[in-house]
Design a binder for this molecule. Structure first.
Ligand code: BG6
Length: 489
């Protein structure tokens, strides 16, 4: 709008997330012409820095899909001119009023919309929310605050955080990011399902025998051990990223694409889920390994991790949605660090064709060769469907083949970073991809009893070598439900 301005204040501007994700995403949005005409970016952090130093920091760390292009230095300069810095404590209303004054100068009396990205540790979320909401209460536009996990460690601490934030902000002002929801292929999940007749009618227990949500990284927690040891892989990946995908996957058709309609359906799925049981979980932790003469450190070799830490860096779990659509269908999750590959995917294994004519023939175990739909979130984004096909020739031999939609072959457009989509949505007030507080409560309710039990009973994780395929226990867990991990076959 002509008469309004948007300011985006990145609180915790010198941190890793800000440098690696937030500033680059803001620049990409600027480059693409998606930011409003009148916008200003402020970095806020404790260290003293000048505007010039902030700009130097941003340009030195700007690595996004755009800045690889030639001729973008002009755009970078234009962008940097809109970036400013204010130093201050996270709990100081005085420092935030100094920021407020500077913001007002930039806003020039226009309707002032203010967004605060809290790229700071969760123990200062509430302080920042208090200071930011006071300073912004004088502006006539909207105020929105983006927060990112960890949202507590369990139901109780998450509840405290939510009520703390709500002392200063309304639910509508709080944007809880789960960056997996901003990923292109996760966004595509609903389109694939709801707009294709070959999928939509099959989306239930009647035709789907299991769903697998797989996350693996080929690097450890190096440098993040301090954060990670307090959370572990279940809180870091499963309770949020994988569970959010599950909720989107399993929800009933929403009344419309409106944010509230979608989130209403997601929360229903989460509330229909069984609390995770210890016997349905396998936990692991990576140990050091020497490969090709290179020594890969174990999790507890990290100086910031206690030697006797039991924190899982790998987990596999079987979850269940106890409703009419999904009764009895296992949703298997697997997430791990320091594994042999980097991958995030959704796998849908379909049931057998009843009375399959080809069941006993032609050199294939049709029991395993059921159709499988794979949505590869990253890397090499793709959607493919495993089908059974006749090998050409006079004989009669069956073969498993893929109907393959590989994004890099099909589309020449680049895939935007998740943070670009999410920041743009937050600026536009689109809440569809952000987590509502009742969703968060329901998500914690599924995992909290298990997390407590793991800690109270001091369950030892199964050790696996750095760079391996993870604990063998994950296979036994899947086998218990007559499932084979699709990424292993
Ligand atoms: C973060 C986790 O939420 O997601 C990290 O805290 C993890 O541990 C990261 O590495 C993975 O995100 P992406 O987008 O790189 O797959």
């Amino acid at each position: 709008e002509q008469g309004s301005t948007v300011s985006i204040t990145v609180v915790g501007a010198s941190g890793d997330l800000a440098k690696k994700k937030i500033f680059p995403a803001l620049f990409a949005l600027f480059y693409e012409g998606c930011l409003p005409q009148h916008f200003t970016i402020f970095g806020y952090a404790r260290s003293k820095m000048s505007d010039a130093e902030l700009r130097a920091m941003i340009s030195a760390t700007l690595t996004c899909r755009i800045d690889k292009r030639e001729n973008c230095s002009e755009k970078i300069n234009q962008f940097l001119k809109r970036c400013f810095y204010q130093s201050g404590q996270y709990n100081s209303e005085d420092n935030f009023s100094e920021l407020d004054k500077k913001l007002k100068d930039h806003e020039g009396g226009k309707v002032a919309n203010r967004m605060f990205y809290l790229s700071v540790p969760p123990n200062v979320f509430i302080d920042v929310a208090r200071c930011a909401s006071r300073s912004a209460s004088s502006s006539k536009g909207w105020t929105r605050v983006i927060v990112e996990k960890p949202f507590g460690r369990d139901s109780e601490s998450s509840g405290e955080l939510t009520s703390g934030l709500k002392e200063f902000l309304t639910e509508e002002q709080i944007y809880r990011i789960d960056h997996y929801l901003g990923k292109e292929l996760v966004e595509n999940l609903s389109i694939l399902r709801f707009s294709n007749l070959v999928f939509e009618p099959l989306w239930s227990r009647q035709y789907i025998r299991n769903v697998q949500l797989i996350f693996s990284e080929d690097f450890g927690t190096e440098g993040r051990g301090g954060y990670f040891d307090n959370y572990g892989i279940i809180r870091d990946i499963m309770q949020n990223h994988l569970l959010q995908i599950l909720a989107l996957f399993a929800m009933e058709p929403p009344v419309s694409l409106d944010a509230e309609d979608i989130r209403n359906e997601k929360v229903k799925v989460l509330r229909s889920m069984r609390k995770l049981q210890l016997e349905d979980v396998v936990v692991g932790q990576y140990k050091s390994h020497i490969k090709g003469g290179v020594h890969y450190p174990g999790y507890t070799d990290d100086k910031t991790v206690p030697n006797n830490s039991l924190t899982p860096t790998f987990a596999a779990a079987a979850l269940f949605v106890d409703n009419a659509r999904w009764d009895g269908v296992p949703f298997l999750m697997k997430a791990g660090k320091a594994l042999h590959n980097k991958l995030a995917e959704i796998r849908v294994q379909f049931r057998h064709v009843p009375g399959n004519l080809y069941k006993r023939s032609f050199g294939m175990d049709l029991d395993q060769a059921t159709n499988e739909l794979v949505i590869r979130v990253q890397p090499d984004e793709a959607v493919y469907l495993k089908i059974n096909n006749k090998v050409p020739g006079l004989g009669m031999r069956l073969d498993r083949s893929n109907l393959n939609l590989l994004y890099s072959d099909r589309y020449s457009r680049e895939i935007p970073d998740a943070y670009e989509r999410l920041l743009l949505d937050a600026i536009e007030g689109e809440r569809r991809l952000f987590i509502r507080s009742d969703e968060l409560d329901a998500a914690w309710a599924i995992f909290t009893p298990l997390l407590k039990e793991l800690e109270e009973r001091k369950i030892s994780p199964e050790l696996y070598p750095y760079g391996s395929r993870g604990p063998v226990g994950a296979h036994y867990l899947a086998a218990k439900y007559n499932v084979r991990w699709g990424d292993m076959s």
